[in-house]
Ligand binder design. Structure first.
Ligand SMILES: Cc1cc2nc3c(=O)[nH]c(=O)nc-3n(C[C@H](O)[C@H](O)[C@H](O)COP(=O)(O)OP(=O)(O)OC[C@H]3O[C@@H](n4cnc5c(N)ncnc54)[C@H](O)[C@@H]3O)c2cc1C
Length: 448
């Protein structure tokens, strides 16, 4: 094992500054804890520029592929994937309470009020999103505006730059919580990759990380792993929890799109409206991939994709629907962060059903049959690799005492929905457990 060149002492060390890690840092520092937040990526000052902005923060420029060839985007930056996310909010599934006894209703309410999360008002529903909503309703789908992590008063109609971090600051990103945590005294270490958890007698006592100044030991009473669905498992594997990384899901999605003669989806707020076919595990929304992603999907789509490349000139007049389906727990993350993610028969069935419905909606909204195209599959919401009920207890503590997970790895079942509300609410719950609950326990134990 490499020897450290320096040691830092703190109360809590957190690996990863996405929604889970940033919320932990914000909540714990608010309650007086000294926090060191390690982020493998950089802190991006700029936002709202272009696809180039996206490339700068993607792991390997966005080209991370499963051994079976599924493309999974993996942003690495302060704020994690939320910096480029679509800002869609979805409450946790009922089974979290019913089956696992985890009640985060209070925390979800708190998050909804704080941001505040709400559906987009009618005045921000763009031309293409509005046409697709009407067409979907005409064919009998329950297609409605979706709750968003977006402040309507700052959002601009026809801007369409949500993917690029949102230059108006209308879209919430976890970078806001990183900033708040830093104002409360949290130390953010960027370009700092946590390698393993340091233990003594089965208890976590800190982490070893690779920093621009060399290998560093960050000693702490509490360790939080929040490096995301793909980042956390190798840290745990290196720390002796060899089962971490099994059961990986990355909800597969495709886009069905077609050119029209009016303003297309790239001007709209990402995922303005849609429907959840929950029995099938299919979510469908309006969504145009940014040009870089579109070009990548076409280039990687084989001969049929290359033939459609010329349609890029009409991107501004393209209406697009995303079909995202609930994945199974049949993937795996390896120690070197390579991964396996098969697309099984059932998943392909769901994607086909969603794509057929999307074709119908788009034609009803005015797209000609010959102008329709479907992209190749891409994976989203990577997670499920350190599940509650298996490797984690109800408080998300790992088999290593005082070491907790708080990111999409904790999700215990096939998912299929935007996970950020659940992760932020779960992080608030854990922060409370580590401070208020812990103090109450000490007070009971100490005689008056
Ligand atoms: C294009 C796109 C659109 C999306 N849209 C939505 C949406 O509308 N709604 C929604 O709810 N979700 C959406 N998601 C998913 C959502 O953004 C993620 O599920 C969420 O950000 C996961 O949070 P997390 O806490 O697991 O960490 P992540 O966001 O995965 O962040 C983990 C962080 O840890 C860092 N890290 C990794 N390894 C290490 C290490 N060893 N040491 C230190 N740091 C490390 C990474 O650099 C990263 O910054 C979208 C994702 C993408 C890519």
């Amino acid at each position: 094992m490499s020897q450290p060149v320096r040691t830092i002492q703190t109360d809590v060390v957190i690996a990863g500054s996405g929604p889970g890690g940033a919320t932990m840092a914000r909540e714990l520092s608010k309650k007086g804890k000294q926090v060191v937040l390690c982020e493998a990526g950089t802190y991006q000052k700029f936002r709202g520029n272009s696809s180039i902005f996206l490339l700068g923060m993607m792991d390997g420029l966005g080209f991370t592929f499963s051994k079976e060839g599924t493309w999974v985007l993996r942003p690495k930056t302060a704020g994690g994937a939320s910096v480029v996310f679509c800002g869609t909010a979805w409450p946790p599934p009922p089974w979290l309470k019913e089956k696992y006894g985890i009640d985060v209703d209070k925390e979800v309410d708190e998050v909804y009020k704080e941001i505040p999360i709400q559906p987009l008002p009618d005045k921000l529903v763009g031309v293409a999103a509005g046409k697709m909503m009407q067409a979907a309703r005409d064919i009998g789908l329950d297609w409605n505006p979706i709750d968003k992590w977006i402040r309507p008063d700052k959002c601009e109609l026809d801007c369409g730059k949500c993917f690029f971090g949102c230059k108006q600051g209308a879209k919430w990103t976890a970078k806001e919580f990183v900033d708040e945590a830093m104002q409360n005294g949290t130390e953010l270490l960027t370009k700092t990759t946590v390698d393993r958890v340091l233990t003594q007698n089965g208890k976590a006592v800190g982490v070893r990380a690779k920093t621009p100044k060399g290998w560093t030991d960050i000693m702490a009473d509490t360790v939080i792993l929040a490096a995301g669905g793909q980042g956390t498992p190798p840290i745990l594997q290196r720390s002796g929890v060899y089962d971490a990384g099994q059961g990986f899901f990355a909800d597969p999605l495709v886009f069905v799109m077609g050119t029209t003669n009016h303003q297309g989806s790239s001007y709209d707020v990402t995922m303005t409206a849609g429907t959840n076919l929950s029995d099938d595990g299919i979510v469908m929304t309006d969504l145009m991939p940014p040009p870089m992603l579109y070009a990548g999907l076409m280039a990687l789509g084989g001969p049929s994709g290359w033939k459609s490349m010329h349609k890029m000139i009409n991107l501004k007049k393209t209406m697009s629907i995303m079909i995202k389906v609930r994945d199974g727990l049949d993937g795996r993350i390896n120690l070197d962060e390579s991964f396996s993610k098969p697309i099984d028969y059932e998943t392909q069935w769901k994607l086909n059903k969603g794509a057929a419905l999307a074709e119908e909606i788009l034609q009803k909204a005015g797209v000609k049959r010959d102008n329709l195209l479907k992209t190749r599959i891409i994976g989203a919401h990577p997670g499920g690799t350190v599940r509650i009920g298996e490797l984690l207890d109800k408080d998300c503590q790992t088999p290593i005492q005082n070491c907790y997970c708080m990111d999409t790895t904790i999700i215990p079942e096939p998912w299929g929905l935007p996970p950020t509300v659940t992760i932020v609410a779960m992080a608030k719950r854990l922060a409370n457990h580590l401070t208020v609950d812990a103090e109450a326990k000490v007070a009971v134990q100490e005689p008056a």
